[in-house]
Write a protein that binds this ligand. Structure first.
Ligand SMILES: Cc1cc2nc3c(=O)[nH]c(=O)nc-3n(C[C@H](O)[C@H](O)[C@H](O)COP(=O)(O)O)c2cc1C
Length: 131
């Protein structure tokens, strides 16, 4: 089943640190292998990532990401089933997100499809302007 997952994390290093490029390179390589797509948004001190793909592959990669000491996940939205991909053009795209957009996001809640699709729409807009 196609699913999407999203989390917010505190980065160990500030935006632009050399680890950013390494994270992105290994993400793109593995995601391509696993058929995952998504986008990694960055503020000065945080990551907001959305990842999508088949549930079993998504779970494997999310476990790697959870255990990565280059960041610490501070909130994670419940995994959502998806009818289609929203970020299908990126094995892992990257770009900035204004702090205010993150602050405006609602708390993670299960099954709130309206809030979820509004967030996805907004993030897709940001991804398209960043890419
Ligand atoms: C913010 C962040 C986002 C990441 N996103 C991905 C991802 O989308 N896919 C992935 O395979 N690894 C991602 N990683 C890296 C994994 O946590 C892990 O380090 C990596 O998969 C190990 O790959 P390697 O064996 O090629 O070094 C991310 C790491 C961080 C810190």
């Amino acid at each position: 089943m196609l699913c999407q997952i999203m989390y917010l994390s505190r980065s160990k290093h500030p935006k632009g640190h050399e680890s950013d490029a390494l994270i992105l390179a290994s993400a793109q390589a593995r995601n391509e292998e696993m058929g995952l797509t998504g986008f990694l948004f960055r503020t000065e001190h945080s990551f907001l990532q959305i990842l999508e793909g088949e549930e079993d592959k998504l779970d494997i990669v999310m476990n790697l990401i959870r255990g990565d000491s280059r960041h610490e996940i501070t909130s994670e939205w419940p995994k959502q089933p998806a009818a289609e991909r929203s970020f299908g053009s990126w094995a892992m795209g990257s770009g900035p997100i204004p702090r205010a957009e993150i602050e405006a996001m609602q708390d993670p809640k299960a099954g709130d499809d309206i809030v979820w699709s509004a967030m996805l729409g907004k993030l897709r807009e940001l991804a398209q302007t960043a890419a």
